[in-house]
Design a protein around this ligand. Structure first.
Ligand SMILES: Nc1nc2c(ncn2[C@@H]2O[C@H](COP(=O)(O)OP(=O)(O)OP(=O)(O)O)[C@@H](O)[C@H]2O)c(=O)[nH]1
Ligand SMILES: [Mg+2]
Length: 177
């Protein structure tokens, strides 16, 4: 059983879909994270900027870089949670990640939604990775007042930190729904 199935089970959403938007800059680790969350028997679909991966009880909407932004927006209305992935080793593009995050949070279909936003400060294993505190600071996460949010350091290759993030999400779903 994958972590995502567990999440659906916890939520009591056996029949309903949980729409989790997994966003982040290209190369941040979205596909690696999603592969960790999926049941082992589901084969991975390579990301061509944008794809939707269906699961038994839930789906993950998984999108890529900026040029596909108009495709992301289509899914904002139906989303129950956001997972925002950051490459903690990519200091140069932290500003770009912040821009994308701000655009997301200020979008008209997202602004008034109280859905939880889970951040993975991914690639924590890299020698020069920024700490999750530093990422919090760089992305000004403390200024997010209208949505519950949480940041976890993760190493998606080893699956570290992912469970902690999903545990937090589980608690928030109970509050939000
Ligand atoms: N060191 C390290 N590398 C990681 C980690 N997570 C992902 N990677 C690597 O980073 C690269 C990009 O990972 P992907 O999961 O393909 O990133 P993505 O966000 O799906 O990228 P796009 O599909 O281009 O948007 C791959 O080579 C991964 O193996 C991590 O926690 N640590
Ligand atoms: Mg990908």
């Amino acid at each position: 059983m994958g972590l995502l199935d567990k999440l659906s089970g916890w939520l009591g959403l056996k029949k309903k879909e949980v729409n989790v938007l997994c966003l982040g800059l290209d190369n941040s680790g979205k596909t690696t994270i999603i592969n960790q969350l999926k049941p082992a028997n589901v084969s991975s679909i390579p990301t061509i900027g944008f794809n939707i991966e269906k699961f038994k009880t839930s789906s993950i909407r998984h999108v890529g870089p900026r040029k596909y932004r108009n495709l992301w927006e289509h899914y904002y209305k139906d989303s129950h949670a956001i997972i925002f992935v950051i490459d903690s080793g990519d200091k140069l593009r932290m500003v770009v990640a912040k821009e994308e995050l701000d655009t997301l949070l200020n979008h008209e279909d997202m602004r008034d939604k109280k859905i939880p936003v889970l951040f993975f400060a991914n690639k924590m294993d890299l020698q020069d990775a920024m700490s999750s505190n530093k990422v919090t600071q760089m992305l000004c996460l403390e200024s997010i007042k209208d949505k519950p949010w949480h940041i976890c350091a993760s190493n998606a290759i080893r699956g570290e930190g992912l469970q902690e993030g999903l545990d937090w999400l589980q608690g928030k779903f109970k509050v939000c729904q």
